[in-house]
Ligand binder design. Sequence first.
Ligand SMILES: *Cc1c(COP(=O)(O)O)cnc(C)c1O
Ligand code: SF4
Length: 355
Amino acid sequence: MISEKNWAKELAKSLINLNQLAEKSIVPASDLQDLQKVKDTFDIRVPNLFIDDIVKGNNALAKQFIPSKNEIIFLPEELEDPIGDSRWSPVEGIVHRYPDRVLFKPTYLCGVYCRFCFRRNKVSDSANNIKSDNAKIAIDYIKSHKEIWEVILTGGDPLVLTDKILQKLLEEISSIEHVKILRFHTRIPSVLPSRVTDSLIQILKNTNKSIWIAVHMNSSEEFTEEAKTALAKLIDNGIPVVLQSVLLKDINDTNIQLVSLLKSAIENRVKPYYIHYPDLAKGTEHFRIPLKRAIELIKGLRGQISGLCIPHLIIDIPGGNGKIAINTHTARESKKNTWEFESPLDGTKITVQYP
Ligand SMILES: *Cc1c(COP(=O)(O)O)cnc(C)c1O
Ligand code: SF4
């Protein structure tokens, strides 16, 4: 199909090696030797769509996608599997940490390789992709676990799969009666919007399940005209889209940058769902801000901007112990039936009688 060829062509235009980056003066030639060490461990893929903006000096995009020498600095607390996927993986490709929902990872390829990715030790290597025999075992696992209400397709990025493979996969999952929800975790609408084709929409609509898309975007600059069109196409076709972001130093860690990201989402009918404090992935220290500052930043949004814009701050503590939603305005019972609150308007402490 013509449309499928278009997005494959666009994907092929992304920059995947250091010489390409040096040619465009995106990285200095003097850094090439150090950066080669980074590239040997963590692959590069910079979307064609962002190259002009990066060349013009857009830091929010550059820092997310251009390799840095900081990535070869590993801290002792940084882990290969920072959120404990393997602990909860009963069969290859499945992570079953919460009873009613599983992650299903059909591929480890993505439309971009984010320098802070929490699965960076696995992504980009097609050798990690699930083979068809094991994919069948994964589907059988979902079939035999009646408590699974939701399947979250993630990876990697499930929307880099071809229409044919995706269609077959969705048909198989759709045949499982107890699965009601199919959620995609994807960066595609932002990094490869041409992939949101009419045939993709048809494939999604043909499933008899409720489809939800959680799009990963971290800065307002990612809301390009192309991304807006792709998001609108999904939403106009009845597919709800929520936003997942990672709180990243220099990218969205100021009030101005964060408000701009969250408002852009709501302006495009995308509901901010989670903002993740960065996981302890290897070589990512330069992306983390103090947790205390992260909490203050999110707390400051309440009252400042529309409640529609405000996501939950999430931290996925190491060891596979699960996602913690951090409450920024906690209610405190100071004595029996006396509760203390902090006003989101000016921070004053207010006590109220509640049982
Ligand atoms: C994040 C995650 C989910 C989804 O969690 P929600 O809070 O429902 O968004 C499910 N399973 C695993 C293993 C996860 O890491
Ligand atoms: S798109 Fe997602 S899985 Fe892929 S590199 Fe970025 S954060 Fe990791």
